[in-house]
Write a protein that binds this ligand. Structure first.
Ligand SMILES: [Zn+2]
Length: 142
Protein backbone atom coordinates (compact mmCIF):
# COMPACT_ATOMS: atom_id res chain seq x y z
CA UNK A 1 0.00 0.00 0.00
CA UNK A 2 1.23 3.48 -0.86
CA UNK A 3 2.62 5.27 2.13
CA UNK A 4 0.46 8.32 1.45
CA UNK A 5 -2.76 6.26 1.92
CA UNK A 6 -1.42 5.08 5.22
CA UNK A 7 -0.59 8.62 6.34
CA UNK A 8 -3.97 9.94 5.22
CA UNK A 9 -5.66 7.11 7.06
CA UNK A 10 -3.72 7.77 10.25
CA UNK A 11 -4.56 11.45 9.92
CA UNK A 12 -8.27 10.69 9.50
CA UNK A 13 -8.29 8.42 12.54
CA UNK A 14 -6.58 11.09 14.60
CA UNK A 15 -9.18 13.67 13.58
CA UNK A 16 -11.92 11.31 14.72
CA UNK A 17 -10.13 10.45 17.95
CA UNK A 18 -9.86 6.82 16.93
CA UNK A 19 -6.82 4.66 17.51
CA UNK A 20 -4.86 3.11 14.67
CA UNK A 21 -5.49 -0.60 15.08
CA UNK A 22 -4.75 -3.68 13.02
CA UNK A 23 -8.50 -4.21 12.54
CA UNK A 24 -9.06 -0.75 11.09
CA UNK A 25 -5.93 -0.97 8.99
CA UNK A 26 -7.03 -4.35 7.63
CA UNK A 27 -10.34 -2.87 6.49
CA UNK A 28 -8.55 -0.13 4.57
CA UNK A 29 -6.16 -2.70 3.12
CA UNK A 30 -9.07 -4.87 2.02
CA UNK A 31 -10.50 -2.08 -0.12
CA UNK A 32 -7.15 -1.06 -1.57
CA UNK A 33 -6.55 -4.66 -2.65
CA UNK A 34 -10.03 -5.64 -3.78
CA UNK A 35 -12.15 -4.24 -6.56
CA UNK A 36 -15.85 -4.63 -6.18
CA UNK A 37 -18.74 -3.76 -3.92
CA UNK A 38 -18.91 -5.18 -0.43
CA UNK A 39 -21.26 -4.91 2.52
CA UNK A 40 -20.34 -4.92 6.20
CA UNK A 41 -20.85 -8.69 6.53
CA UNK A 42 -18.53 -9.34 3.58
CA UNK A 43 -15.78 -7.40 5.34
CA UNK A 44 -16.30 -9.18 8.65
CA UNK A 45 -16.32 -12.52 6.85
CA UNK A 46 -13.04 -11.69 5.08
CA UNK A 47 -11.36 -10.50 8.28
CA UNK A 48 -12.55 -13.51 10.26
CA UNK A 49 -11.17 -15.82 7.57
CA UNK A 50 -7.85 -14.03 8.00
CA UNK A 51 -8.00 -14.54 11.76
CA UNK A 52 -8.68 -10.91 12.51
CA UNK A 53 -11.35 -10.46 15.15
CA UNK A 54 -13.53 -7.44 14.59
CA UNK A 55 -16.92 -6.35 15.89
CA UNK A 56 -19.77 -5.14 13.73
CA UNK A 57 -19.66 -1.77 15.49
CA UNK A 58 -15.97 -1.28 14.72
CA UNK A 59 -16.48 -2.34 11.14
CA UNK A 60 -19.37 0.06 10.61
CA UNK A 61 -17.53 2.90 12.29
CA UNK A 62 -14.44 2.28 10.17
CA UNK A 63 -16.52 2.12 6.99
CA UNK A 64 -18.15 5.43 7.90
CA UNK A 65 -14.71 6.92 8.37
CA UNK A 66 -13.48 5.56 5.03
CA UNK A 67 -16.47 7.19 3.34
CA UNK A 68 -16.14 10.48 5.21
CA UNK A 69 -12.47 10.80 4.21
CA UNK A 70 -12.98 9.67 0.61
CA UNK A 71 -11.21 6.33 0.77
CA UNK A 72 -14.43 4.56 -0.11
CA UNK A 73 -17.77 5.35 -1.61
CA UNK A 74 -21.00 3.97 -0.27
CA UNK A 75 -24.08 2.97 -2.14
CA UNK A 76 -27.40 1.78 -0.88
CA UNK A 77 -29.53 -0.35 -3.16
CA UNK A 78 -33.23 -1.27 -3.00
CA UNK A 79 -32.52 -3.92 -0.40
CA UNK A 80 -31.40 -1.18 2.00
CA UNK A 81 -27.97 -2.78 2.46
CA UNK A 82 -25.03 -0.38 2.22
CA UNK A 83 -22.23 -1.51 -0.04
CA UNK A 84 -18.79 0.03 -0.16
CA UNK A 85 -16.08 0.21 -2.77
CA UNK A 86 -12.58 1.58 -3.08
CA UNK A 87 -12.58 5.17 -4.22
CA UNK A 88 -8.87 6.02 -4.00
CA UNK A 89 -7.77 4.70 -7.37
CA UNK A 90 -11.14 4.46 -9.03
CA UNK A 91 -12.72 6.96 -11.38
CA UNK A 92 -16.32 8.03 -11.10
CA UNK A 93 -18.74 5.48 -12.51
CA UNK A 94 -22.37 4.52 -12.20
CA UNK A 95 -24.00 1.19 -11.51
CA UNK A 96 -26.41 -1.18 -13.15
CA UNK A 97 -27.91 -3.80 -10.86
CA UNK A 98 -29.42 -7.02 -12.17
CA UNK A 99 -32.68 -7.63 -10.30
CA UNK A 100 -32.44 -11.39 -10.84
CA UNK A 101 -28.86 -12.11 -9.82
CA UNK A 102 -27.89 -9.02 -7.83
CA UNK A 103 -24.86 -8.63 -10.09
CA UNK A 104 -23.49 -5.09 -10.09
CA UNK A 105 -22.25 -3.83 -13.44
CA UNK A 106 -20.25 -0.61 -13.61
CA UNK A 107 -20.53 1.82 -16.45
CA UNK A 108 -19.26 5.23 -17.43
CA UNK A 109 -21.09 7.50 -19.83
CA UNK A 110 -19.61 10.92 -20.60
CA UNK A 111 -22.84 11.74 -22.44
CA UNK A 112 -24.99 11.13 -19.36
CA UNK A 113 -22.54 13.08 -17.20
CA UNK A 114 -22.77 16.03 -19.56
CA UNK A 115 -26.56 15.94 -19.81
CA UNK A 116 -26.82 15.89 -16.02
CA UNK A 117 -24.45 18.84 -15.71
CA UNK A 118 -26.49 20.80 -18.23
CA UNK A 119 -29.82 20.06 -16.54
CA UNK A 120 -28.46 21.26 -13.20
CA UNK A 121 -26.89 24.33 -14.80
CA UNK A 122 -30.15 25.29 -16.53
CA UNK A 123 -31.79 25.34 -13.13
CA UNK A 124 -28.95 27.40 -11.70
CA UNK A 125 -27.18 24.61 -9.83
CA UNK A 126 -23.94 22.71 -9.97
CA UNK A 127 -23.80 19.01 -9.20
CA UNK A 128 -21.86 18.14 -6.05
CA UNK A 129 -22.43 14.41 -6.35
CA UNK A 130 -24.87 12.12 -7.99
CA UNK A 131 -26.17 8.62 -7.57
CA UNK A 132 -27.28 6.95 -10.73
CA UNK A 133 -28.52 3.39 -10.48
CA UNK A 134 -30.15 1.38 -13.22
CA UNK A 135 -32.08 -1.73 -12.23
CA UNK A 136 -31.91 -4.20 -15.05
CA UNK A 137 -32.93 -7.66 -16.16
CA UNK A 138 -31.04 -9.77 -18.66
CA UNK A 139 -32.68 -9.88 -22.08
CA UNK A 140 -33.55 -13.49 -22.77
CA UNK A 141 -32.34 -14.78 -26.12
CA UNK A 142 -35.00 -16.87 -27.80
ZN1 LIG B 1 -18.69 0.64 -8.50
Amino acid sequence: MKESYMNDFKEALKKENLKFTNQRYSILKFFVNNDGHYDCDDIIHYLTKNKIKVSKATTYRTLDLLVKYNFCSKMVLDDGIARYENKIDSNHHDHMICIDTGKIIEFISPEIEEIQENIAKEKGYEIIKHVHQLFVKKISKN
